[in-house]
Write a protein that binds this ligand. Structure first.
Ligand SMILES: Nc1ncnc2c1ncn2[C@@H]1O[C@H](COP(=O)(O)OP(=O)(O)OP(=O)(O)O)[C@@H](O)[C@H]1O
Ligand SMILES: [Mg+2]
Length: 250
């Protein structure tokens, strides 16, 4: 009787979480990079991971995506353990990933780059040549640039393309690694606006690594990382100047 109740409680707790990372330890060779990391992304929320250069933020995202294998710990997505899944399987399960530095394909057109996003869908649409209008509502600039080579776009435009491509996969969780790095302020605002609009329209969850304070403040919750461990967390409304100065390169 009691055990059933506990099991039910566990399920209820899990059901509110899109992503749950627990006790994660990751090494590069013998260097211990991530130390006992716990981090959760509630459904429909945006969570921001902050921390100075080299503390392990990208390492955490790569581990979530299956590009790195942890030595210990667990990762649950939508209540299911995913550590045994490949990167492609995680993408098809509903995790859209925009790596640091964008990684669009420069020698494919904008259209071709976008269509690649369908690969991440479990059930691609019948017409795989058509790009949904919502993509252009989010990123109007991409419509004019469809025939251009990806590599001919500016950094900010490439970032928009990379996010749009991830959205083409209809993810439940969008993982963004420093989307505003090296991008001019006006485009930063466009990207922020698009991410907020994606959340409002689709109810998607977002895990964001970000240094730009204005964008960090759009998130519901933050986690601060130092030397591979989580050292502070809470609602972003409670993000104090002290925490900002310690963990953001501002
Ligand atoms: N392929 C690798 N092999 C060995 N060490 C690595 C490798 N990639 C990263 N590291 C080291 O792991 C640590 C964490 O790197 P990571 O890229 O996760 O940091 P980060 O927080 O994303 O930094 P940034 O803000 O500069 O993107 C750093 O000390 C880095 O030098
Ligand atoms: Mg990084």
């Amino acid at each position: 009787m009691t055990q059933t109740a506990i099991a039910l409680n566990d399920k209820i707790a899990d059901a509110s979480m899109m992503l749950q990372v627990s006790g994660l330890n990751v090494y590069y060779g013998e260097s211990h990079i991530l130390r006992d990391v716990d981090l959760s992304v509630p459904k429909g929320e945006m969570v921001c991971l902050i921390g100075r250069n080299g503390v392990g933020k990208t390492t955490l995202l790569k581990t979530v995506m299956g590009l790195l294998k942890p030595r210990s710990g667990s990762i649950n997505f939508a209540g299911q353990p995913i550590l045994s899944k490949t990167t492609d399987q995680r993408a098809r399960a509903g995790i859209g990933y925009v790596p640091q530095g964008r990684e669009i394909i420069p020698r494919l057109t904008v259209r071709e780059n976008l269509l690649l996003g369908y690969e991440a869908r479990q059930h691609p649409p019948r017409n795989r040549q058509e790009i949904p209008e919502e993509i252009f509502e989010l990123f109007p600039i991409l419509k004019d640039f469809l025939p251009r080579m990806g590599g001919d776009l500016s950094g900010g435009q490439q970032q928009q393309l990379a996010i749009a491509r991830a959205i083409m996969g209809q993810p439940q969780l969008l993982v963004l690694d420093e989307p505003t790095e090296g991008i001019q302020p006006s485009i930063i605002l466009d990207i922020e606006r698009a991410v907020r609009s994606i959340i409002a329209k689709t109810g998607i969850s977002v895990l964001l690594v970000e240094q730009h304070l204005h964008f960090v403040r759009q998130a519901d919750r933050y986690y601060a990382m130092q030397k591979g461990g989580i050292v502070a967390s809470g609602p972003t409304s409670e993000l104090s100047n002290d925490v900002i100065q310690r963990f953001l390169a501002v």
